[in-house]
Design a protein around this ligand. Structure first.
Ligand code: SAH
Length: 349
């Protein structure tokens, strides 16, 4: 199917030649006019996908508990700021703010910094977070130096990845070209730096240059200023040398579609390599805690107890809703095991 963006991409490829997978993904997600996050209502039943904070307030409340624990571990700095990367509709921050209402000694001085590159989503966030002490940025570079807790829920999976493809005993960058009807994959320049050989023909290795550089920047910041980082996403913990195969997927109205089918109108994501995020944290001198599943993390923070408390005063319908959303968040067959949680601290407090 053609979309306004598919026509732009086709013209671009005709004029300048094939583009890399990463360039394709970046344009699909963030083309100023037709990029997915710039133009489309992504979240919820009417959108294309649902995220943990959109499922239940329980999620944000548990993150609020984690923030209090981390703040205590950091020695209760009184100039703490809370940064969230890719806040979507602002729902997580709204629930966190309410969750922190029992801790005025933390909340009263807390400054919130949101990093969001979509002007449309910034507007949605401004509506949903009216009255909160929030500053918006389009890039993390603009965040000021001070003790900081950084949150990234379903942020890293939205960053463009590149793919290398193995052909006749060499690795090449995987590219995208186009004919009059469709987009097609193509071989690009040979790639140095991948040391695995003897792979089956057309094996694919995915790498994430933008996630890598953002993670380096975040950990460097946390190390210098003291702080912690929480990254929650769908992904895996495979060692990089065993991590072959492609994971890019496109979602449109809660269904998987081909990545070429609806450029700009389907959400493109890729599995996050948590082994690589943890390695970066350690290289930057921070401490990455052992990776947990979302189920382990939320259970440890007391999500079941909190749900029981809410159930005590819930109507029958609310109770049903609550139980279903608890299951969605922690059931191993739903988000519980696929979603992973990485905690990084500036030192071993
Ligand atoms: N955290 C939210 C939304 C996840 S969707 C939730 O859990 O519901 C990804 C979010 O990251 C969107 O808000 C998107 O606009 C933002 N985003 C994606 N890439 C970005 C980038 N490079 N810089 C800043 N924001 C980005």
């Amino acid at each position: 199917m053609t979309t306004p963006l598919s026509e732009i991409l086709r013209t671009m490829i005709k004029e300048n030649g094939p583009i890399s997978i990463g360039t394709f993904m970046a344009l699909c997600l963030s083309h100023p006019q037709y990029g997915y996050y710039m133009a489309r209502e992504a979240f919820g039943a009417k959108g294309d996908f649902t995220t943990a904070p959109e499922i239940s307030q329980l999620f944000g409340e548990m993150i609020a508990v984690w923030i209090v624990l981390s703040w205590e571990q950091l020695g209760k700095p009184d100039d703490l700021q809370l940064v969230e990367l890719g806040p979507g509709r602002g729902t997580l921050m709204k629930d966190i703010w309410r969750g922190l209402s029992t801790r005025p000694e933390l909340r009263d001085k807390l400054q919130i910094q949101l990093v969001e590159f979509s002007p449309r989503l910034q507007t949605v966030q401004k509506e949903n977070l009216a009255g909160l002490p929030v500053t918006w940025h389009t890039h993390f570079e603009a965040v000021h130096n001070r003790p900081t807790i950084i949150l990234a829920n379903e942020f890293f999976d939205a960053l463009p990845v590149e793919q290398a493809i193995f052909h006749q005993d060499a690795w090449y960058q995987r590219m995208i070209t186009a004919d009059d009807e469709d987009f097609l994959f193509a071989l690009g320049a040979p790639l140095q730096g991948i040391t695995e050989y003897g792979m089956p023909e057309f094996s694919i290795f995915e790498y994430a240059p933008l996630a890598t550089s953002i993670m380096q920047q975040l950990c460097d910041f946390v190390k210098k200023n003291d702080g912690a980082l929480l990254a929650i996403d769908y992904g895996d913990d495979f060692p990089l040398e065993e991590r072959f195969g492609e994971t890019i997927q496109a979602l449109h109205k809660h269904k998987m579609v081909d990545i070429f089918e609806l450029p700009g109108e389907s959400d493109l994501t890729a599995h996050v390599s948590f082994a690589s995020l943890s390695a970066i944290a350690n290289e930057e001198g921070c401490t990455a805690l052992p990776l947990q599943t979302q189920r382990e993390f939320l259970t440890q923070l007391g999500i079941r107890l909190r749900a029981e408390k809410l159930l005590a005063s819930a109507t029958e319908d609310q109770a049903k809703d609550l139980q279903l959303s608890l299951q969605r968040l922690i059931d191993p067959l739903q988000m519980g095991d696929l979603f992973k949680v990485l905690q990084v601290y500036s030192n071993d407090h």
